[in-house]
Design a protein around this ligand. Structure first.
Ligand code: 3UK
Length: 541
């Protein structure tokens, strides 16, 4: 089926076929037609199926039905085509907090056959200009409150021709333009393998990488993890913290609820206190957030009493056993852990409430295969730590980037994680492959030591890394945020060290402990271990 792209930039910069992963479409629900537009499949089809009057997007002071979202998206699609000059295949940057208008813009970009490049609100001009240059972004839709950094980025990356702002009452604002159109917009008949989104990895070092995903990939993630593991229903109310620029958020807060006709609450501010309030205020039933956010919310048991929550999903980082236990004690709910990656679009190993095993991420999601292999790419026996590799209906395609050959080898996606599979086929996370600490010849996974420290009452949060040491190569160092009422004294350090020695092999105990008021984290909630390494100035505790 021919591509609908007039601008062939994405297709021209796909990785060469031999550098792409093998894709698996074994499940009957993964048989996609040659033409497929994910906005037609998720939005227009829902209205056509009679769901038009059902609630779809909810935000403070705002409630859109499926039909209202469709109307907004159609108007924006007309503006993109008739006023901004977007043609199929163009890259359209989206910039805004999690809000119904951002979702309407996203669906409009899908409908016109363009490619969405959704960006985190926190990004500044420098980072935006890098992304604009890599993705050759020609157009942008932006929340007016975040306009300045985008305008500054445009001076650095003039390929960006047109910017239009929403939440802007002025004559040039998107709302004024939308008011000029009220006809439906027929979605462009894109090929199932036309790229529809470029998602930048939350990589911590080097030039960011853009991962390419097709209309088919968006539908594939809706067909795998949600029906087989999450099993939510159309009456569920989704809520969560991940930004829509992070594919964890796009899937969990937009694609998955919409694929079953459910509704979703979008919050521009979703720190643990805001999230707690909103869960109650909106009667949310399905929650998506990161492990640290669960831990912070669990510290307020009173605020979690009597909510309607029934399913809670944790991803983005390893889920410590202590956090799983705490959440169960406070809410009675077993967390659904899942590992996903921007390269694979969403979750590929997970376990539902009934199959959860503390300490394990879970089993390969139906549609995916996973293996643990050694340095020679040979599968290792159960119980052995090695590198995780996966394949399924989605997989890594970096836009014009040599690092493709590191992530994809022999048709498999290598996620960069060290894992161990047990005798029952459950996958247990160890650490990022690069973060394994080697001290006096012992391999130590930082997260295992973190898991222990988190069980000590003095510890609110912690991060464990290896720091250089002349004698031992590396030694284990813990950065600890103390709970109120605890002091950063030598006695506390001794108590924490003894606590670790009593729980796991003593060689894993943190020989150094430093106290900090907060840990460095990305917009997606991940601990930035490289910044902890920078903090490790010689001479400091
Ligand atoms: C780590 C986990 C242990 C792991 C993501 C759900 O996190 C997402 O994508 P990113 O590209 O990062 C991928 C890396 O993050 N990770 C994520 N989840 C877990 N480690 N347990 C977990 N449950 O190192 C992985 O390689 O930012 C998560 C859905 C979509 C996503 N993009």
């Amino acid at each position: 089926m021919p591509s609908a792209h007039v601008d062939t930039f994405a297709r021209d910069h796909l990785p060469p076929p031999e550098a792409q992963p093998e894709f698996l479409f074994e499940l009957p629900e993964l048989q996609f037609p040659p033409t497929l537009n994910c906005a037609a499949a998720l939005l227009d089809a829902a209205v056509a199926a009679g769901r038009g009057e059902r609630p779809c997007l909810i935000a403070p002071g705002l409630r859109w039905t499926y039909r209202e979202l469709q109307q907004h998206s159609d108007r924006i699609a007309h503006v993109l085509v008739h006023e901004m000059g977007v043609v199929p295949g163009n890259r359209v940057l989206l910039r805004g907090g999690n809000h119904p208008m951002l979702v309407a813009c996203w669906f409009a970009v899908m409908k016109v056959g363009a490619i969405a490049v959704t960006t985190m609100p926190m990004l500044r001009a420098k980072e935006l200009s890098t992304m604009i240059a890599i993705a050759q972004v020609t157009h942008a839709l932006c929340d007016v409150s975040l306009r300045e950094d985008l305008e500054a980025a445009r001076l650095m990356a003039p390929v960006l021709r047109r910017v239009c702002c929403y939440h802007d009452a002025g004559p040039d604002g998107l709302e004024q333009a939308m008011a000029r159109y009220d006809a439906p917009f027929m979605a462009v008949d894109t090929a199932a393998d036309d790229t529809c989104l470029l998602a930048f990895t939350s990589g911590t070092t080097g030039i960011p990488k853009a991962t390419m995903h097709f209309h088919r990939d968006v539908m594939a993630i809706c067909a795998c993890w949600p029906p087989h593991v999450l099993r939510a229903s159309e009456d569920d109310v989704f809520i969560g913290s991940p930004p829509l620029a992070f594919t964890f958020g796009l899937g969990g807060l937009v694609l998955f609820p919409m694929s079953i006709g459910a509704s979703t609450v979008l919050l521009e501010k979703a720190t643990p206190p805001h999230l707690l309030d909103a869960i109650r205020a909106f009667g949310a039933t399905v929650l998506f957030t990161a492990p640290t956010s669960y831990r912070a919310m669990a510290a307020h048991p009173e605020a979690l009493q009597g909510t309607r929550l029934r399913k809670c999903v944790s991803a983005g980082e390893a889920l410590p056993v202590a956090t799983r236990t705490l959440w169960r004690n406070v809410t009675g709910l077993e967390l659904i852990d899942g590992i996903g990656a921007t390269e694979l679009l969403h979750i590929f190993i997970s376990a539902d409430e009934a199959h959860a095993r503390p300490g394990a991420t879970g089993l390969p999601v139906p549609g995916y295969r996973a293996e643990v292999v050694n340095e020679q790419d040979q599968p290792v026996p159960p119980g052995t730590v090695g590198r995780l590799r996966v394949k399924g209906p989605t997989g890594c395609r970096y836009l014009r980037d040599e690092r493709q050959r590191q992530y994809v080898r022999h048709g498999w996606n290598y996620t960069g994680d060290a894992y161990m599979m047990d005798d029952d086929g459950y996958f247990h996370y160890q650490a990022r492959t690069d973060d394994i600490i080697i001290s006096s010849g012992y391999n130590i996974a930082g997260p295992e030591v973190e898991n222990v420290l988190l069980q000590h009452p003095a510890v609110a949060e912690c991060g464990v890394i290896g720091v250089p040491d002349e004698e031992r190569g590396q030694i284990v160092k813990a950065f600890v945020v103390l709970r109120p009422g605890y002091e950063p004294t030598a006695d506390t350090t001794k108590a924490l060290q003894d606590f670790v020695k009593q729980s796991v092999a003593p060689y894993k105990y943190p020989r150094r402990v430093a106290y900090v008021s907060a840990l460095p984290r990305t917009d997606t909630g991940k601990l930035q271990r490289f910044r902890l390494r920078d903090l490790d100035t010689p001479g400091a505790s």
